[in-house]
Design a protein around this ligand. Structure first.
Ligand SMILES: [Zn+2]
Length: 184
């Protein structure tokens, strides 16, 4: 049987394959392909590990987190946000957040959500004083004004409780809203 030239998957040069299964022109290209494959695997594992650290129930995610979860370059995301294609909320300086639901609507489910369906977790916030921050504490902790805190609480329907002169909101809900480090 006459063999026909193939194009090497690495260097794109045409070559006469030694067997029908050959896809690389030389040992050099084959080695390069192997190295690339390993690197790709390593990146996938690293990304998965990082993505697993982002709680599934957090509604607002940072741009680096969104990039990781949905496999989209940060630069692309920042551009889409700037163009208003992806709506975002700016919770303060360097606190740009994207609604995870919007991302899922645009890009499908995030990689750490692709596992078999789990029973939806019940919201377990507690309004006991020890499980809450006062508005003043939130403002101090996240370096934003108290009026911004009140705005966000209203906007995102976070439950509150008045104890004496102070208003309290569940730590869990507040942490969910403001956390998410720009760690990439
Ligand atoms: Zn080659």
């Amino acid at each position: 049987m006459k063999r026909i030239n193939k194009q090497c998957l690495i260097c794109r040069e045409e070559f006469l394959p030694k067997s029908v299964a050959s896809v690389y022109c030389s040992a050099k290209c084959s080695k390069k392909a192997y190295k690339l494959k390993l690197l790709q695997l390593k990146n996938e594992v690293a990304l998965k590990a990082l993505a697993d650290k982002i709680p599934e129930n957090r509604a607002f995610i940072s741009v680096p987190e969104a990039g990781m979860l949905f496999g989209i370059a940060k630069r692309t995301l920042y551009r889409l946000v700037r163009q208003g294609i992806i709506p975002s909320v700016n919770l303060g300086t360097r606190l740009l957040r994207i609604d995870r639901k919007v991302m899922e609507g645009m890009f499908g489910r995030a990689c750490n959500l692709s596992q078999p369906e789990r029973a939806p977790k019940k919201k377990l916030y507690s309004l006991e004083k020890e499980d809450c921050y006062s508005i003043g504490e939130i403002a101090q902790r996240f370096q934003i004004s108290e009026s911004s805190v009140y705005n966000h609480i209203r906007k995102y329907s976070i439950p509150t409780r008045q104890i004496g002169k102070h208003v309290y909101a569940p730590k869990m809900e507040i942490d969910n809203l403001y956390n998410g480090n720009d760690f990439l």
